[in-house]
Design a protein around this ligand. Structure first.
Ligand SMILES: Cc1cc2nc3c(=O)[nH]c(=O)nc-3n(C[C@H](O)[C@H](O)[C@H](O)COP(=O)(O)O)c2cc1C
Length: 159
């Protein structure tokens, strides 16, 4: 099913873009761009993202038992690209600040959610990672989101 047609079909579902971060005790700050983020439950507050089995960053995040979801604003396409590029260089030039648990909150994001890993479900070539939110905030009430649609970055209302 890993065909171009399958990707094209999935791509018709527009998503936001998140960067999932953590601080590993020896590797330091780690993170990856993810568009698989979804809200799961209001009570208790649960969210999820799907981590590829091939991801080299996911094991480092998993080892911390926590992750912070940073929801990107429309001007942050470059930041999104930075967190899909070379994994040893993703935090270059970024003045992040720690959440209450120490996880990186990236500058200029729309909002963030600091989570502890609640449950993991193996699903095909991904792991569904469910997190319970300990702390969260909207950083900018006026901001519009960065979107991903049909394998391209997009913005609200852009034709
Ligand atoms: C738009 C976009 C969305 C992505 N979403 C995910 C995702 O939901 N889960 C995931 O594991 N990787 C996702 N990736 C790939 C990761 O950002 C990253 O490139 C990949 O995990 C390889 O890096 P790593 O080895 O450091 O994990 C996405 C990439 C792009 C460009």
């Amino acid at each position: 099913m890993h065909t171009r047609a399958y990707r094209d079909t999935l791509g018709t579902f527009a998503t936001g873009i998140a960067i999932v971060t953590a601080v590993h005790p020896t590797d330091g700050p780690v993170g990856l761009t993810a568009n698989s983020f979804s809200a799961v439950s209001l009570t208790p507050p649960l969210v999820l993202f799907c981590a590829a089995r091939t991801s080299t960053t996911w094991p480092a995040i998993r080892a911390t038992g926590r992750f912070c979801v940073n929801i990107l604003a429309e001007h942050q396409e470059e930041l999104s690209r930075q967190f899909t590029g070379r994994s040893d260089d993703r935090f270059r030039g970024i003045g992040w600040r720690p959440s209450g648990s120490g996880a990186p909150i990236l500058p200029g994001v729309a909002s963030w959610m600091d989570c502890r890993i609640e449950t993991l479900h193996e699903a095909g070539d991904h792991t569904i990672v469910i997190g319970r939110i300990d702390e969260h905030a909207v950083e900018d009430e006026q901001v519009t989101p960065l979107l991903y649609y049909r394998s391209r970055y997009a913005r609200l209302g852009a034709g």
